[in-house]
Design a protein around this ligand. Structure first.
Ligand code: HEM
Length: 498
């Protein structure tokens, strides 16, 4: 299937389903590298058509072979995905550490995402969204009624994540910040590197201009987190000493951010994380958290722009909820009172999942339904896109239909049919954070703007026919353009007649 060549150095052979004896038995069939990198024009859209073809024919799984060296088991059905995602025998995950080390860190990080902590972040989501909306109002007043969503929303999610993680007001939506530019640069360089096979070789990459830029951006990011962590550790120690010396009960506490929680958390043996471990975790949050949430917000707004009746229904719901507060803020308590908006967000996460797949390598043979086995050591690619678009699982999978997520339909949905945050022990630790931010930003946007599909001024193509661009997260080819019509504050109450 030539459209996959861009992603992999050679030709894949599809085999109908996983061999009953295991993948390795089938391996002899393909024994040579074809070497067709970039022979065919890269087209993400044909890549998706190709995937649709695969799971229409093979229903739950297939194997891809890349010459003699590399084979991959690709799975896209809940029954097949479930045993793999729920297993504890994961050898490698791409995002962070493995085994015992991962398990300890995960336990220490979990309190940072507790509801009591997330509550404090809602005000920060509001303030970052307000900054973005003020900017949109200014741009619209200047005549720019159509805007590219990823540019704006990525800066907004970075802004809010920096406030939540480090209590750092970067002001990055209004002016450039060295740290934020470095994060954006690193994301771009990672995508570039993936597309150039020679750059996969470390020794070569560090000698290239991109490799040097990567190291430079990385050192800016590391310096920033190191300084934040060290200063905070010093502040917490100082506070403890003052409290001990003055023999007082605790001094009034400021609201805690991620760094505070992680610095204070300890395992059963009273051991916390070292400064280096905390820095690594903080960096992971920044990378795992900002692009993914931005992609989810952009695609939700896009889907609502294309379906004006659903947009109107969400807006009405948000107006009802915020009526008491004059529509200025979304509060923590409001989030559970936005059921239809939440259904639209979930349907958007299904249709345009920010993360397209997760990969795993298992430390033991993994049993799958119908007597099939994934042998130890094989790389498994759990396709989130495939599971979310598999016609054996979803009726009209390409339709945006939020009613699928009506709580009354939950019973009929197979477990693991909807996995935007993956599932099992290594699922997304930030999913509640992301869902809270999504609801705040979508609700405030609908309250202030009417959205319609826009046109990319350079290409002149309508956003109605936007194409998916799978990068680190799902983006749109040529950007995602929406037209904004500012709404008068919809629920400012009329003064009462005396
Ligand atoms: C809509 C937004 C998001 C989506 C769709 C998403 C999706 C995912 C997925 C699919 C994984 C599993 C990756 C794998 O197993 O290889 C994951 C892991 C992770 N995510 Fe998210 N994520 C989102 C937001 C966030 C946020 C806001 C944070 C932090 C603030 C975050 C932090 C993490 C971390 C630390 C992991 C690794 C967990 C582990 O291995 O224990 N994510 N995410």
């Amino acid at each position: 299937c030539s459209c996959l060549d861009h992603y992999c150095a050679g030709i894949f052979f599809f085999l109908p389903n996983i061999c009953r004896q295991g993948v390795s038995q089938c391996f002899g069939i393909s024994t040579w590298i074809h070497g067709t990198i970039d022979k065919h024009h890269h087209s993400p859209t044909s890549m998706f058509h190709c995937q649709d073809y695969t799971f229409t024919v093979y229903k739950h799984s297939c194997c891809w072979f890349l010459g003699p060296f590399y084979h991959l088991v690709r799975l896209f059905h809940p029954e097949y995905v479930r045993p793999l995602l729920m297993s504890k025998s994961v050898g490698q995950s791409l995002l962070i550490s493995n085994g015992e080390e991962w398990s300890r860190r995960r336990r220490l990080l979990t309190p940072a995402f507790h509801f009591d902590i997330l509550k404090n972040y809602v005000a920060k989501f509001n303030s970052s969204a307000n900054t973005m909306h003020d900017k949109w109002c200014r741009l619209v007043a200047e005549g720019q009624t159509t805007l590219e969503m990823f540019d704006h929303i990525t800066l907004m999610t970075l802004d809010s994540l920096l406030k939540c993680a480090f209590s750092y007001n970067s002001n990055c939506q209004e002016s450039t910040s060295e740290y934020v530019s470095a994060i954006v640069k690193l994301s771009d360089l990672i995508i570039d590197r993936r597309q150039n096979i020679l750059h996969h070789w470390d020794w070569f990459y560090w000698k290239t201009e991109q490799g040097k830029q990567f190291k430079q951006a990385l050192s800016i990011v590391h310096r920033f987190t190191r300084e934040v962590v060290q200063k905070r550790r010093a502040l917490i120690n100082q506070q403890r000493e003052t409290e001990a010396q003055s023999n007082r009960t605790k001094t009034p506490q400021r609201k805690k951010d991620f760094v505070d929680i992680i610095l204070l958390s300890e395992d059963e043996d009273g051991q916390g994380l070292s400064d280096e471990e905390i820095q690594a975790e903080a960096n992971t949050f920044m990378f795992a958290g900002h692009d993914t949430t931005a992609s989810a917000i952009c695609w939700t707004l896009y889907n609502l722009a294309r379906h004006s009746h659903y947009q109107e229904k969400c807006r009405q719901e948000v107006m009802d909820v915020t009526q008491e507060q004059d529509g200025h803020e979304i509060e923590w308590e409001d989030l559970s009172n936005l059921p239809f908006t939440t259904m639209c967000i979930r349907e958007s996460l299904r249709l345009h999942s920010p993360v397209q797949a997760v990969t795993r390598r298992y430390t033991q043979d993994m049993a799958l339904p119908e007597g099939r086995t994934v042998p130890q050591g094989a790389i498994c690619l759990v396709s989130i896109y495939g599971t979310h678009h598999n016609p054996a699982v979803w009726t009209d999978p390409h339709e945006f239909n939020p009613l699928r997520f009506d709580p009354t339909n939950a019973q009929s949905r197979a477990s693991h049919a909807f996995i935007p945050f993956s599932s099992g022990p290594r699922n997304c630790i930030g999913q509640k954070f992301a869902l809270a931010e999504l609801r705040v930003v979508v609700a405030l946007t609908l309250l202030r703007f009417r959205l319609t599909p826009g046109t990319n001024p350079e290409l002149g193509s309508s956003s109605g026919g936007v194409r998916r661009l799978p990068q680190l997260v799902l983006r749109a080819e040529g950007g995602l353009w929406l037209q904004l019509e500012p709404l008068n504050p919809p629920n400012v109450k009329e003064p009462l007649d005396e």
